[in-house]
Design a protein around this ligand. Structure first.
Ligand SMILES: CC(C)(COP(=O)(O)OP(=O)(O)OC[C@H]1O[C@@H](n2cnc3c(N)ncnc32)[C@H](O)[C@@H]1OP(=O)(O)O)[C@@H](O)C(=O)NCCC(=O)NCCS
Length: 150
């Protein structure tokens, strides 16, 4: 679903609260992709806890473009729930692979937690591209095969 203006503002507010992970250039791309691509929200009451934005790369592979959880709520399982939701959604639609790009600067500590998050949830590193042309900085490419029964 496109999340609407109010949803976009709330997602951006979460991302603004995580400056170690999302810089100005990233936030600009995020804003555009929140408008153009599909985003799922984790909500409780009126509050937004986190979000995940996805985009099909082709009919078999789905990319996670952005995932973020409100700073003070990190580490409580919300990101895992968002990921599990995307996995179910993707499998139901015949996708076989999840793809995600993360920072490939292995000396930058904040992304240690992010890499740990993906790796403990079954993502495998397949390439480190340095520099990744669109970013001008290194990117680590992760994939996760979805267990499909075909
Ligand atoms: C990555 C992110 C979406 C995960 O969501 P989350 O709700 O914090 O994750 P969960 O609580 O489900 O899982 C936490 C996992 O992250 C890792 N982690 C390590 N240190 C952590 C920390 N200080 N805080 C949170 N997670 C940490 C662990 O692998 C942990 O797994 P475990 O539960 O098996 O120990 C969230 O932490 C976040 O918004 N991070 C900043 C933005 C970001 O990196 N986004 C991805 C790049 S696009």
């Amino acid at each position: 679903m496109a999340v609407g203006e109010e949803g976009i503002e709330k997602c951006l507010k979460i991302a603004h609260g995580l400056p170690e992970w999302f810089n100005k250039a990233g936030l600009r791309v995020m804003e555009r992709e929140l408008r153009e691509e599909k985003t799922f929200l984790a909500v409780e009451g009126d509050g937004l806890l986190g979000f995940v934005t996805i985009k099909p790369l082709n009919e078999k592979a789905l990319e996670i473009l952005w995932i973020a959880v409100r700073r003070e709520l990190r580490g409580k399982g919300i990101g895992t729930k968002l990921l599990e939701f995307v996995e179910g959604w993707a499998k139901d639609r015949g996708f076989e692979l999840l793809v995600v790009k993360s920072s490939g600067d292995l000396t930058y500590k904040p992304y240690d937690e992010t890499r740990e998050f993906y790796e403990r949830r079954g993502f495998a590193r397949i390439a480190l591209i340095d520099p990744y042309p669109e970013w001008g900085e290194p990117a680590l490419i992760y994939v996760k095969a979805l267990n499909t029964t075909k």
